[in-house]
Design a protein around this ligand. Structure first.
Ligand code: ZN
Length: 170
């Protein structure tokens, strides 16, 4: 097991789309174990494979509403969603900002376990929100894309400041 490096916005690899997993092998199991170790290390609510520079369609969650929600989701697909509301989000790949986005707070989704077995699950509250956030990553989308123009301007300013600071250190 290992803690993986998390890509930071504006890394262009965060804009890639994941490919469906077809091989449910030892390599997939190792990836999911490393992703779980990484999300727990950061005390984060979720992490996608795209953020750790892997194109296999995998995400991991840290459920907070219903502890029985599966932690590992391979090839996740939306079946249905309801009850939209504003939710404050943040992201391990964009550490300097948080912002309000509209998300469904109820969601029915399908995925596979690391064994390849298919499951369907109904999620609510932050569990549903986190699944949508991580599924967005698998198609190269970031939560800042869903913010208002005004808020996006502030995100760019915060990002410029961080890049200036990193350049000053380097
Ligand atoms: Zn994220």
């Amino acid at each position: 097991m290992a803690i993986l490096d998390v890509l930071r916005h504006p890394d262009p690899r965060l804009r890639l789309t994941a490919d469906p997993v077809r091989d449910f092998d030892e390599g997939l199991r190792a990836l999911t174990e490393d992703m779980l170790e990484t999300v727990d290390h950061h005390e984060a609510l979720g992490l996608s494979s795209i953020q750790v520079d892997d194109r296999r369609a995998v995400l991991v969650l840290t459920p907070t509403v219903d502890p029985s929600v599966p932690r590992v989701w391979v090839n996740p697909e939306l079946i249905g969603k309801a009850a939209p509301g504003f939710v404050e989000e943040s992201c391990l790949s964009i550490p300097e900002v948080a912002g309000n986005v509209i998300r469904s707070t109820r969601m029915l989704a399908r995925a596979q376990h690391v064994s390849g077995e298919t499951f369907e699950w109904e999620l609510s509250g932050m569990d549903a929100v986190c699944l949508q956030h991580e599924m967005d990553h698998l198609v190269g989308k970031l939560f800042i894309d869903r913010l208002s123009i005004f808020k996006r301007f502030r995100v760019r300013a915060a990002l410029r400041k961080r890049l200036r600071e990193e350049t000053a250190i380097a």
